[in-house]
Design a protein. Structure first.
Length: 97
């Protein structure tokens, strides 16, 4: 059984980073999703796809995977690089429109 360990990025609609501090362990999908011919809903016989475990640190998530004999893949997060901006730059003559 394969799992993926990662730290989620913030969504475009969020202004804060509250849900990005934890590490998440997700099972890789083992079956394809299928479209129900009658209703048109998407479903899968794989119930582990619904499981998302949250951990405080990467080491805790790796320890959990190793304890349960799961092969894991760790995806390192890209670090945030905030750019310094000033309010006066909005009114600069050199500003690209």
């Amino acid at each position: 059984m394969d799992v993926r360990i990662y730290r989620p990025a913030k969504t475009a609609t969020q202004s804060g980073r509250a849900e990005t501090r934890h590490w998440v362990l997700e099972y890789e999908p083992s079956a394809r999703r299928e479209i129900d011919p009658l209703m048109g809903w998407t479903s899968s016989p794989d119930t582990k796809r619904q499981v998302r475990l949250r951990f405080e640190s990467e080491a805790e998530a790796i320890a959990f995977a190793e304890k349960h004999g799961l092969s894991y893949r760790v995806t390192e997060p890209q670090e945030r690089r905030p750019r310094a901006k000033s309010y006066a730059a909005n009114f600069s003559y050199r500003r690209a429109v």
